[in-house]
Each structure stands twice: as C-alpha cells, then as structure tokens.
Design a binder for this molecule. Structure first.
Ligand code: NAI
Length: 710
C-alpha cells in the first residue's frame, strides 16, 4: 500500500483514507492506491462495507492540475481514473464516501461513483472544471444528473460554483449530513447499508431523475441561454451542457464516451491552456526573489486609512471585511460624513442583495472608526494613504505619518501614478514605505499592485503580499515607474481606441470589437466610467514633456473642455440618462471625432473589428514587453494577472502576454512594425518583442528561461 493511501478497520468496515496534502489531489499514484485498497477489502471476507475518506482538512480538491497540461501536450495518457471508477461500480460491497471540507472536480466524481455519500456540515461539493476551460471528464456529467437531475447538474457543471452540504443533501447528491465524528458516522451508515443486503446502489443505474424529453428540452435551453449570457465566448460551459444532455439521451456507457470526447475537445482548446496558465500564474505572483518563508512579517492587527473618498472608503471596507479594525481619517467633517454615508450605502446594498446579513454588515461597519485626527494612529500597524493625487499633498501627509505612527508601521500609498520613492523621501524611514495600488471599487476589485520602492524593506514586501491574500486580493509586485504596470499599459490601449475613432471607426464599434474579443467592457465605456477628466488632467500635466510633433488625439480633450467627463456628468463618449449607467449613442462625441480628424489631416475610412482588436491589444502587448524588459514586472504571467483581475481581460485568452503567444510573437511583431510605418514612432516595437519574435519564442518561454537562471 502506498503512503498516499492508508487502510484501517473499524470492525467489519474497511476505511480507506487518501493522504496527499495539501488537497488530496487525485494523482495517478493516489488513484492506483485507492483501487488497490478497494481490491484488498472487497476480497477480504471479514469486510462487509467500505468507507472512503480524506486525511487533513478536506476530502479531495480534485485532479492534479499539472497532469492536464501533460495530457494536452500528449506527454501523458491518463487511464487510472476510469479503472478506479469501474472498480467502484463493480464493488460487491457498498462503498460510502465521507466528505469533509470539499469534494471538488475529480473528488466529487469519485464520491459519485461510490454507492453513497455522507458529509460533514459546512462541506462544499462542486464541479469547477469550467474554470480551467474543461468539463468533468470522469463521469461527473453523467452521474450528477442521475443523482440531482439535469437542471442542477447543468448549473453545477456549466457554472462551476460549489454547493453547500445542505443544498447537496436536498438535491440528492448526498445521502446524509453527519454532525460530530464524520468517519464514525460514515462507518455506522455503511454498516446499516450492508445490513440491508442486496447489491449496492450504483449511481449509473439510477434513472428516476433523468426527466422526460419535453422537460429536458426546456431545462437545457435555459441552461444554454444562461451560458450565453454569463460565459460569453467560452467553450467549456456550453460543452458541459452538451455532456449533461447526453446523460439523458444516451445509455450510461455511451454517455461516458460522449463526455470523454467533449472533455478532449476542451482539453485541446487554446481556452483551456489559457485558463490553466492563469491558474498557475496566479500562484506564481506570490513568489518574489529575495523574499521567502524566512523573511520576517509585520503582524497586521490594526490599520488606518487617510482619505475617505472613492478609494479610501473602499479600502477601509476591504480591511473591515477581512476582520481588521481600521481608523478612517478625513480632512473635515463634511467629507468624513460623505465618505461614511457611501460606506453605509454600499453595505446596505450588499444586505439587500442577500450577500450579507444585517448583523454581518453591522459588525463590519463597526470595525471602521471615523476620525478627523491622527490621535490613535500609533495603534496602526499599517496606514494606507488615499488622499487626492498630488505630490505636494502626498509628501505632506507622509511627513505627518512619519511623526504620528510607530517606527515599525508600514506606510502605504494608493497613488496611481506618482513616484513612490519621492513620496518615501518625505519620511525618515523609506524602507517602511510601499505602494498599495487598489482598483476601483476597492472593496470589489481583486487586484492589488504592490509597488516596491528603491528602499522598501523585504519584510514590508513580504507583509504586503501576505496581507493581499488576507484581504481577498491578488497582490502583484511591480516596480516603481509612472502608472506602474496596469495603467501604464492602459494608456496606449486607450490611445489607440481614440485614434481608431478619429480614423473612422464608430465609438460603439470600437467597444463592440473588444467586448466581442472578451473584454468585460470596451475601452471607451471604461473611460466614461472612470471619468475622462482623470486622463485629461494627467495629459495636461505631462504635455510639456512630450517630444514636439508627437501624434496626439484630440476629440477626448474636446469632450473634457466641454465638461463632458463621462457617466458622472451624464455625457462623455456616450450619453447617460439621469440615474442610469446604460450608454446611449452620443452624436456630439462622434461629431467631435470627425472634426478632430479634419484638423489632424486624417482621412476617415472603414475600420474592421479585427484591426480594432489588433491595434488596441497589441498596444498592450508592446508596452507590456517594455515593462517586462525593464523589470517593472517580474514575469509576463504577472502582467497577465494584472490584466485579468484589474482590467477585465478575458481569462480564457490568458491575459495579453499569453494571448500574444497564442497569436505568435512573429505575427504580432510584424503587425506592430506595420503600425509603426503607418502611424509613426508611438508604435516603435519593444526590443524584447523583436528579440523573442526573431527567435520563435513566447513570453512564457522568457519567464521559464529566467526562472531557470539562479
Ligand atoms: P477622492 O477625491 O474621491 O478622495 C480623496 C479624499 O481625500 C477626499 O475625500 C479628501 O477630502 C481627502 N483628503 C484630502 N486631503 C486629506 C488629508 N490631508 N487628510 C485626510 N483626508 C484628506 O479621490 P480618490 O479617487 O479616492 O483617489 C485617492 C487616491 O487613490 C489618489 O491618489 C488616486 O490617484 C488613487 N487611485 C484612484 C483610483 C480611482 O479609480 N479613483 C484608482 C486607484 C488609485
């Protein structure tokens, strides 16, 4: 017996335990071990029933994800899973799966191939494969409909969200929820089942929940509509519904074969590779050279936020939501009242949506302590500054913080563009200063750019990366440069959207091309949401630094000069009716674009959706390549995570840098060179893009090569 799987006896019941920390992943060795254990126990006349469970904090988190990559690359054929599932089906003695923590993916599939399932309260079960661009490939789409019906199975397999034990019990996925000692309860349950005698109840033989064709047609049409709406452009959720349909239309073994075909289509799709890349890239971001397990962390028990505006309020909520008490300081009472009113309104909305109970919301609100003074700032282990974006003000605030906080406290700035080193220079402890660049709305958006200054201490970086996780964020370490990673790349992206409109593309067409590509929103709608004035102010501030004769777009400036700042003023690139966020066509903006073209001597022409995507997305890629080469981002994968979590870039395309690799860097580079010839030096190709294109490599290769170097 392997160490990964252990067997014990409780009288006439054999207990098989998977011990493959941290998540009891079903590697080939684990599957083989469980099958061998089952084989021994079914042969043993002293054993009447079997319990299958997991050691540690959960039953099973699913397959070993690295094996999917191996399978897709054709380096591995994996056949242990069907062998185990067949062995479970064939077992003459009842097998009861005892679930605690989670049974996800292959974990739930294994559980469903057992004859019965019991679970501890608070357990979660789910088929999250679609999140990796896959469908359940070990019978999940065939057994789940037999236990829970088509509607529930389609919802779980296509949506990927887990369900709790009570819900799973009601749905028929579980036979019993067991309070107290789970394994003892499972053993007692197994004994009862064995005492009843007769052949074990095989999930594959159940049919009463498979419905009739009229009902199923409605259920499946509804499921497909939902996928079209919620998983726009994604392959796997639709295939998951197809597979669930097969459960109702084909005999079990044919259904399994159909599932295998659909699984393979997904596995070999670029979408699955992209999503698996994102999965691993998200885990990589926390690896920082020079920062390790031994790097000391500063315990964060209390926080303080300066500025209760759009960002400060959201940041205070983020801390409160994570259970960390936070002081919230404003400049004057009216501003503080406004800030708190917004926070209250946000919590009330969450309660109304049913995502929080009133009591939970009250507890969170109580963790936010409003103040107009620095009086209790000595209690704070970290301060996040979120005052107006201006260097003089930021330096003044940091000089004050230097006086009023403990010398070991972390001083973080939420600046989106300013030089973190210059801000740090206002203190006597630049090693404690760091950028924590949250995204709006800060209590919702998952990205946190952690900006490392020249002197930022390793302990402050380590603390920030850990803290990001505690706050429910994905922290990405970036270097100190203007606008850091995300916004620095966003600038040329929006620039190209502007030029495209001036060259003749309709405003709506630019956004539609990019939402068609999979972006959560089009660039011009995003600018309307964030406020046109933000970019305008920055452009005006930096205009004197631009090389003379540099090509500039004009229509957006005109809109700003007219006071059209987007949603907040009721008009920008689009028009908005009072109180509505729905963008309506704005003929004024279209007219300004035509006028700008005339003034700029641009001949208006038809622009295709493909060109819109290439111009904007390759602008991201080209700037991303510079950022990577300058070392502002540690890895191309980090840039992908910034874009997927901060800018609504479709995860199924893997982020901009991964996407460029799927197009082929040579093709991207050739287009960038063509754009340079057509549109001038703004399109000068990044040297790294050129080099990789010429050597036939991708950014992922570049990451790997650098990781291999000591
Ligand atoms: P905001 O104008 O909504 O809020 C700033 C708040 O700071 C105001 O309520 C103001 O009264 C307060 N304040 C000014 N001086 C203060 C002082 N000495 N002490 C206490 N409070 C003071 O601005 P917003 O949008 O929240 O931006 C804050 C910072 O966050 C800026 O650095 C901005 O660049 C950055 N940021 C903004 C994002 C956004 O989408 N709005 C996104 C990411 C970062």
């Amino acid at each position: 017996m392997s160490e990964l799987v252990s067997v014990t006896r409780d009288g006439d019941v054999g207990v098989v335990t998977i011990n493959n920390p941290p998540v009891n992943a079903l590697s080939q060795a684990v599957l083989r071990g469980v099958r061998a254990a089952l084989d021994d126990l079914t042969k043993d006349p002293a054993v009447r029933a079997v319990v299958l469970t997991g050691g540690g904090r959960l039953f099973c988190g699913g397959a070993d994800i690295t094996e999917f990559g191996e399978m897709a690359a054709g380096r591995k054929t994996i056949n242990e899973f069907p062998l185990l599932l067949d062995a479970l089906d064939a077992s003459p003695k009842p097998v009861v799966c005892a679930i605690h923590g989670t049974a996800f993916g292959g974990g739930l599939e294994t559980a469903m191939a057992c004859h019965h399932r019991v679970a501890a309260p608070g357990s979660l079960v789910g088929q999250p494969e679609v999140k990796l661009g896959l469908i359940p490939g070990a019978g999940g789409t065939q057994r789940l409909p037999r236990l829970a019906g088509l509607a529930k199975a389609a919802e779980m397999c296509a949506g990927g969200e887990p369900v709790g034990a009570a819900d799973a019990l009601a749905a028929g996925i579980l036979d019993k929820v067991i309070d107290g000692d789970l394994v003892a309860g499972a053993v007692a349950f197994a004994r009862e089942v064995a005492a009843k005698g007769g052949p074990p109840r095989r999930t594959r033989d159940l049919a009463d929940k498979l419905g009739n064709s009229t009902m199923n047609a409605m259920v499946l049409a509804g499921a497909r509509d939902l996928v079209r709406k919620k998983a726009r452009g994604m392959l796997a959720p639709m295939k998951a519904v197809d597979a669930v349909e097969a459960a109702a239309t084909l005999p079990f073994d044919d259904g399994i074969r159909r599932e295998a075909e659909l699984f393979r289509e997904c596995l070999l799709s670029p979408q699955s590779r992209a999503l698996i890349h994102v999965f691993f890239a998200e885990r990589e971001v926390s690896k920082v050279p020079g920062v390790g397990k031994d790097t000391p962390r500063i315990p964060i028990k209390r926080a303080a936020v300066v500025g209760a505006g759009t960002m400060g309020g959201g940041i205070a909520m983020t801390y409160a939501n994570a259970g960390i008490p936070v002081l919230l300081k404003e400049a004057d009472q009216p501003a503080l009242d406004r800030g708190l009113a917004t926070i209250r309104k946000n919590y009330a909305a969450t309660v109304q949506k049913g995502r929080l109970t009133q009591q939970q919301a009250d507890e969170r609100l109580a963790r936010i302590e409003p103040t107009l003074t620095y009086d209790r700032f000595r209690e704070a282990d970290i301060v996040v500054e979120a005052v107006f974006e201006g260097m003089a003000l930021k330096k003044q605030v940091f000089a004050e913080l230097d006086q009023v906080t403990r010398p070991d406290a972390v001083l973080a700035s939420n600046t989106s563009t300013l030089d973190v080193d210059e801000i740090a220079s206002a203190t006597t402890r630049p090693d404690r200063v760091i950028g924590h660049h949250f995204f709006s709305p800060a209590n919702v958006m998952k990205l946190l750019e952690v900006v490392r200054g020249k002197k930022t201490g390793a302990d402050v970086i380590a603390t920030s990366m850990d803290l990001a996780k505690r706050l429910g964020k994905v922290g990405v370490l970036v270097g100190n440069c203007r606008a850091f990673v995300g916004n620095r790349m966003f600038d040329p992206y929006v620039r190209e959207a502007n030029f495209l409109v001036e060259e003749g593309a309709a405003i709506e067409a630019v956004d539609a091309a990019l939402t068609g590509f999979g972006m959560a929103m089009g660039p011009l709608a995003v600018v309307d949401l964030a406020g046109l004035d933000v970019g305008w102010r920055i452009r005006n501030e930096h205009r004197h630094l631009e090389p003379p004769g540099r090509k500039a777009y004009r229509a957006e400036d005109r809109l700003c000069e007219m006071g059209h700042f987007g949603q907040k003023t009721g008009a920008g690139w689009y028009r908005y009716e009072a109180g509505s966020r729905t963008p309506l066509p704005n003929p004024e903006a279209a007219r300004l674009a035509e006028e700008a073209a005339r003034e700029g001597g641009i001949t208006r022409r038809a622009v295709t959706a493909d060109e819109i995507v290439e111009r904007t997305v390759y602008a991201l890629v080209n700037e991303g390549a510079r950022i990577l080469e300058e070392g502002i981002a540690l890895r191309a994968g980090d840039i992908d995570i910034v874009y997927v979590y901060g800018y609504g870039f479709p995860a199924f395309r893997g982020g901009p840098m991964w996407y460029a690799g799927t197009v082929g860097l040579k093709a991207v580079y050739d287009r960038v060179c063509a754009f340079e010839r057509e549109h001038g030096p703004l399109w000068a190709p990044a040297p790294l893009l050129k080099r990789l294109a010429e050597t036939g490599k991708t950014f992922a290769d570049y990451d790997k090569e650098r990781e291999a170097k000591p």
